[in-house]
Design a protein around this ligand. Structure first.
Ligand SMILES: Nc1nc2c(ncn2[C@@H]2O[C@H](COP(=O)(O)OP(=O)(O)OP(=O)(O)O)[C@@H](O)[C@H]2O)c(=O)[nH]1
Ligand SMILES: [Mg+2]
Length: 370
């Protein structure tokens, strides 16, 4: 446990504050003070100069160990703020990497995180070394000793070792996938923003007891279980790692072998927490769709599950889904509650229809959005 006292800099928007707080908590920091600023992407310190000096005083007054910055910072911004406050600065990307590092449980996810960390360093190393040569600051210690080329070379060689290891894992996955395909078992994947309720639904459908939790990124590796649907047909259901806004590209890259499961799935169940505000749902859904798009998964494979409907109403769920532009019949939208089990049996009906073409009347049953 790290229990470091942190000062958090984020946007003055409730959703941003809550999400940043959850991220900080998930990484093990105790947030002592939140500084909210409309503009946190300014060139020198991220925040404005006056505010930066205020932060410096707060850091001293409150005995703060570390500054969490809810944006992606360039090395110069990080360096300037670190030299002013004499504390290390953790930006949003590094914070997410730290959480992933704490949660990684399989050897594959360990390699993926390590690779993502090295990529984070790689894009920054030249500038960091240059800055460290001017004068060392928290977060830049020791970096001024060698030229950037030396670090780049070392990072490159570490990365290629890890990539080879990942390739091995990928081969193992492909083999397994081919086997599945040969016996003709279709695969379905649960995807969605972190904490949308994927694992809760996975457990309820498969009878598993995988960890669920309020904290972000409870699940970090793909897990697959067989599931028997209504016509006694077997499908494989995979639970996957949750998405988050501003997930760095190299993180997606590092998780590609896991995410590739989605590419080979016959059906994607996109779980949405419909109890959130429309604005929040929109932002979160967009980051999910962005990744789905990047993986070139056709939208016809995606079924939208409006989860946590027990916290709101079915009407509200449909209303929101309309505002999100999700429309039947091109998009199948189903309000559910993974917690109470509401409509979860209908998911099986839809899978039956979409994968096996059974029971086609379901489309007119009135349970789906029209
Ligand atoms: N009220 C309500 N809570 C739910 C429902 N489904 C999930 N939850 C809660 O939402 C939180 C997150 O659930 P998880 O199943 O861990 O979510 P996840 O999508 O797997 O999250 P990650 O693994 O972090 O990506 C937990 O506290 C669950 O109890 C639901 O239908 N209704
Ligand atoms: Mg989960």
């Amino acid at each position: 446990m790290n229990f470091k006292k942190a000062l958090l800099i984020t946007y003055p928007i409730e959703e941003s504050v809550n999400e940043a707080l959850s991220l900080a908590e998930a990484a093990g920091y105790i947030v002592k003070r939140i500084v909210k600023q409309k503009h946190i992407t300014r060139s020198k310190y991220g925040i404005g100069k006056g505010k930066a000096y205020e932060v410096k005083d707060l850091v001293n007054d409150l005995n703060i160990d570390i500054i969490l910055f809810d944006e992606v910072l360039k090395p110069t911004q990080q360096y300037n703020l670190a030299s002013l406050c004499k504390k290390d600065i953790i930006d949003r990307e590094r914070l997410i990497l730290e959480i992933f590092e704490r949660r990684a449980s399989t050897s594959e996810s360990h390699i993926q995180i390590k690779l993502a960390q090295l990529r984070y360093e790689m894009v920054r190393i030249k500038e960091k070394v240059k800055l460290a040569k001017i004068g060392e600051q928290p977060g830049f210690f020791g970096l001024g000793k060698y030229d950037a080329d030396v670090y780049t070379l070392a990072l490159n060689s570490q990365m290629s070792i890890l990539k080879k290891k990942l390739e091995k894992e990928e081969k193992r996955r492909t083999l397994y996938r081919n086997q599945r395909n040969r016996i003709g078992i279709p695969t379905i994947s649960l995807v969605g923003y972190t904490s949308a309720g994927k694992t809760t639904l996975f457990n309820s459908l498969t009878g598993e007891s995988k960890a669920v939790g309020k904290e972000m990124f409870t699940t970090l590796s793909t897990f697959t279980r067989a599931l028997y649907i209504n016509s006694n047909q077997k499908v494989l259901l995979s639970d996957t790692v949750g998405f988050v806004n501003k997930l760095p590209a190299y993180m997606i890259d590092a998780f590609k072998s896991t995410l590739n499961e989605l590419v080979y799935s016959q059906l994607i169940l996109l779980v949405i927490d419909i109890s959130q505000t429309l604005k929040n749902i929109k932002i979160n859904l967009n980051s999910c769709l962005h990744i789905i798009n990047e993986l070139q998964i056709p939208s016809t494979k995606v079924l939208y599950l409006l989860n946590k409907v027990d916290l709101t109403t079915v009407n509200d769920a449909y209303e929101k889904s309309k505002m999100l532009g999700l429309k039947y019949p091109s998009n199948i939208v189903l309000p559910i509650s993974a917690k109470t089990g509401y409509n979860t049996n209908k998911i099986l009906d839809v899978i039956d229809v979409l994968i096996y073409g059974n029971n086609l009347e379901i489309q007119n049953s009135g349970d789906f959005q029209k």
